[in-house]
Design a protein around this ligand. Structure first.
Ligand SMILES: Cc1ncc(COP(=O)(O)O)c(C=O)c1O
Length: 391
């Protein structure tokens, strides 16, 4: 008698149920096509400044190649604390800083720290999809607050926010400046949301990875400027965008002090720490990187203005002017299936954009264009897009 075959165990259902990236779905078939203008992903196109690369090389040569404390190299925690205190306009001590191996890793740590299976996590839509998927992976129910365009500006309906917080999710996650919409939360909205979260005992997690990439100020308003150190508020941040360091994988969290011990354990069991010499390069980025941040924002402002002007002039397109981040997120009249449309744009017209549906149901009908490119590249991409739209 032969034994009946035993089913081979596979990945957990939760993992199998995660969504594939719809941006990748558009991009993957065309990655090798040299003619495509690639504006589908979200990263600065400038290389990491040489002085940051030199700092990493120097750190490696100096033997900064060993394990370091889970919460981060103390010198980097101090540098981030000083930097954040300046930006936020109130003291944030190094004991509140946790260095992470990227902004994404910071989000994962927060979810692991706070979310039990079955908990509700509330966030806005459209939004960069990794946040919802990280919460789903932890077994959370994700609730979306749909944003809409009012008077030409993306806007968050504060009544919807109040209703959502009153249902007491474990966490409200807000990304401002926002990927993909370029929306920036006002200080008054932040004050109101903080008050609601305090009243209902809801964690407020603010993703501020684009806080320096804003076009009408030095930095975006932040809940961390008004929250008390023991408020249930956590800031997520990253070196990726400000200092053009997407491949380095370095980020941080700002947390209430009573969380750092638990985060030391979690970091230990995830990555042990971010890479040692990368952390030393991060100190240089913060200390010497302000001229680069200013130069990059100026360049992005030119890209944003060019793209906004051209898209706003197209009768088939509705767009609100991005206030921050790297993206133009626009609606195309008559486009029902953004995935099919973006695939056709890439295949037939050789311009690579992200489909709006990649950012949740609230993103359908839209396309996202990353304007972190040379003006000449953006102009050629816009020519091709306009041609595809029939102008
Ligand atoms: C809103 C938002 N948060 C976090 C991240 C994570 O950045 P990283 O993991 O490169 O630090 C990104 C990257 O695109 C993002 O758009």
């Amino acid at each position: 008698m032969t034994a009946s075959p035993i089913a081979r165990p596979g990945a957990r259902a939760l993992v199998r149920g995660l969504a594939d990236s719809k941006i990748r779905e558009v991009a993957n078939p065309f990655m090798a096509d040299p003619e495509i203008i690639r504006l589908w992903f979200g990263e600065p196109d400038l290389p990491t400044p040489q002085f940051i690369c030199d700092a990493a090389a120097k750190a490696m040569s100096a033997g900064k190649t060993y394990y370091v404390p889970s919460l981060g190299v103390p010198e980097l925690r101090h540098a981030i604390a000083e930097y954040q205190s300046t930006i936020k306009g109130r003291p944030i001590g190094p004991e509140r800083i946790v260095v992470t191996a990227s902004g994404m890793s910071a989000i994962q740590l927060v979810v692991q720290l706070l979310v039990d299976p079955g908990d509700a996590v509330t966030t806005t839509s459209p939004l960069w999809p990794n946040v919802s998927e990280a919460a789903r992976l932890a077994g959370a129910q994700v609730e979306l607050i749909e944003m809409s365009v009012e008077d030409g500006r993306w806007s968050l309906d504060m009544q919807k926010v109040a209703d959502a917080i009153a249902r007491r999710p474990k966490m409200l996650f807000i990304n401002s400046p926002c990927n993909p919409t370029g929306w920036m939360m006002t200080a008054a909205e932040q004050q109101a949301v903080l008050g609601l979260c305090r009243r209902h005992g809801v964690w407020l997690v603010v993703d501020e990875v684009y806080e320096r990439i804003v076009f009408e100020a030095d930095h975006a308003p932040s809940v961390l400027s008004i929250a008390e150190p023991d408020d249930r508020v956590i800031g997520v941040n990253s070196f990726s965008k400000n200092w053009s360091m997407t491949g380095w994988r370095l980020g941080w969290l700002v947390v209430p002090t009573d969380l750092t011990d638990d985060l030391a354990k979690l970091t230990e069991y995830n990555t042990a720490s971010a890479a040692s010499f990368v952390q030393w390069a991060g100190i240089t980025a913060i200390k010497d990187g302000e001229p680069f941040v200013a130069k990059q924002v100026e360049r992005l402002r030119c890209g944003r203005d060019l793209v906004h002007q051209r898209l706003a002039a197209n009768p088939r397109i509705r767009i609100s002017k991005p206030e921050g981040a790297l993206y133009a997120f626009f609606a195309v009249d008559g486009m029902k299936d953004s995935l099919a449309f973006a695939t056709r744009l890439a295949g037939e017209h050789k311009v690579g954009l992200a489909p709006g549906i990649a950012f949740g149901p609230g993103g359908e009908g839209h396309l996202r264009l990353c304007f972190a490119s040379e003006a000449e590249t953006l102009s050629r991409a816009l020519d091709r897009l306009e041609h595809a739209l029939g102008r």
